[in-house]
Design a protein around this ligand. Structure first.
Ligand SMILES: [Zn+2]
Length: 82
């Protein structure tokens, strides 16, 4: 299963997010400060297993407003679409 690293833009905390094949979209938030604004970290060693299509296998991040003063980051993983 693919693992992606994300860095919180507010406190800089880096965490790994594991994506399971049972969910196409995963909502992530910082484990330290609870911020939902995270940047994906491109690690030197690839944690992506089973992905061999290069850029097409990268998840797309969508940040949208989900409430007053809040924004939600949603990831969509190509290749898991059924
Ligand atoms: Zn944080």
């Amino acid at each position: 299963m693919p693992i992606y690293e994300f860095r919180c833009v507010d406190c800089g905390h880096v965490q790994e997010v594991l994506f399971t094949s049972s969910s196409d979209t995963v909502q992530i938030r910082c484990q330290e400060c609870g911020s939902e604004v995270l940047d994906r970290v491109i690690s030197r060693t690839s944690h992506v297993m089973g992905a061999s299509r290069g850029e097409s296998s990268s998840p797309s991040m969508t940040t949208r407003s989900c409430g007053p003063g809040n924004s939600c980051t949603t990831l969509q993983l190509p290749g898991h679409t059924r």
